[in-house]
Design a protein around this ligand. Structure first.
Ligand code: UD1
Length: 367
């Protein structure tokens, strides 16, 4: 029996670990699969609801690290995860995505001689001011198996000198989750509850420090909201970081005064999928949402200067809009006028990426 530990820490990790867990069950005679939740995200709306919606079993370990500076958070995860690796002596640690928990657990594992598999390897924004870019670079440098979701990732890793034998283009595990939960998400009552009609609203998520941690960024966001709500309703589930910043800069009054802006607590996975599938357009600074909207064929305006997921622009429905309020409003109106580009679904985003990963690991780890 080979013990595999998969690590989940923050909201965008849970929908990546869930399909891997299912795929590993096919090899239950060979693989003993454990889930470690670092507790980087801990609010029920950022964590528990995802375990429920995704039918993920309770984690085998909950490390309870919580929030802190980057160094504090990363160090706490390392100290706590080292104890788990010491106790379990796994044959492999699987990390997903690019959050602080990803790099922390990769470093602990590599130093303890435990092979690391990185799911969503090779993505690069080429912007080292993004904490996630540093997490991606370091995790890929430590990983023994690099599972890649789009061709740019393979190209980036080869250019960085990674041995080709370690690189596997397998597709997108987050799209596995989307496909397997799409039917269930149709039962969500969220549109009805919010008195929305399909294609009658724009869905917004914003939480990047580069957008929300500075007052000018938040002011720009509110200007966009004020202008866009002249033409459509905005639905905005507010990330805890963003909520904190609106309060720090005492902007709640201005937020509350915007008509046709529906502010919500962070949503569960199924409600959010349902809202995304029926939106007129999505405005975001998230990584994963750029991919999910491409799969759904919904226009996505990304409020960032770059993307580590270029296939969503080349093949999909994503537009990189930067942080310019005029440009974003103009592009939003183009979408509302029906002149946005159509996209298609990238190759291998077919719901089977996790199966491919489990098959490869079975071949690689099987004696
Ligand atoms: C983290 C990831 C980011 C990912 C995002 C998705 C890193 C470096 N960043 O950013 O890549 O896109 O998750 O959500 O790993 N907070 C709560 N409740 C929670 C979690 C956080 O209130 O359950 C608040 C805390 O005040 C905390 C702040 O949100 O200080 C930020 O949390 P943190 O985990 O540091 O980063 P995110 O912005 O969530």
């Amino acid at each position: 029996m080979k013990t595999i530990i998969s690590v989940a820490g923050a909201r965008p990790n849970f929908m990546k670990v869930a399909p891997l867990h299912t795929a590993f069950q096919k090899y239950a005679d060979t693989f003993r699969h454990l889930i470690v939740h670092t507790g980087q995200h801990y609010d029920p709306t950022m964590s528990k609801v995802f375990f429920d919606d995704l039918d993920l079993p309770q984690p085998d370990y909950y490390l309870g690290v919580g929030s802190g500076s980057h160094a504090q958070q990363t160090a706490k995860v390392m100290v706590e995860f080292e104890k788990v690796v010491e106790q379990q002596r796994p044959h492999l640690v699987v990390v997903v995505g690019d959050v602080n928990s990803t790099v922390a657990c990769s470093l602990v594992s590599a130093k303890m001689g435990v092979p690391v598999a990185h799911v969503e390897a090779g993505l690069r924004s080429f912007d080292r001011t993004m904490p996630e870019e540093l997490n991606r670079l370091l995790t890929d440098a430590l990983a023994d198996y690099l599972f890649v979701s789009e061709p740019s990732g393979v190209h980036n890793l080869k250019r960085e000198g990674v041995d080709e034998k370690k690189i596997f283009l397998v597709g997108n595990v987050m799209i596995d989750s989307l496909i397997s939960h799409r039917e269930k998400a149709k039962q969500s009552t969220i549109l009805h509850d919010l008195e929305l009609t399909p294609l009658g609203y724009a869905l917004v998520t914003l939480h990047r420090p580069s957008n929300v941690d500075i007052k000018e960024g938040l002011e720009k966001i509110l200007t966009i909201f004020e202008r866009l709500t002249a033409r459509t309703t905005i639905v905005f589930p507010v990330h805890p970081r963003t909520k904190k910043m609106f309060s720090r800069y005492t902007m709640e009054k201005r937020v509350d005064s915007i008509k046709h802006l529906k502010l919500l607590e962070p949503l569960g996975y199924l409600d959010f999928l349902h809202l995304m599938e029926h939106a007129q357009l999505v405005l975001t600074d998230s990584g994963g949402i750029q991919e999910e909207t491409t799969y759904f064929g919904i226009p996505c305006l990304t409020m960032r200067e770059n993307t580590e997921r270029p296939i969503t622009v080349e093949v999909g429905t994503n537009h990189i809009c930067g942080l310019d309020a005029d440009g974003i409003v103009r592009k939003s109106f183009e979408v509302l006028d029906g002149t946005a580009k159509n996209g298609s679904i990238p190759e291998l985003w077919d719901g089977k990426a996790s199966e491919r990963i489990a098959n490869i690991l079975f071949q690689q780890l099987h004696d």
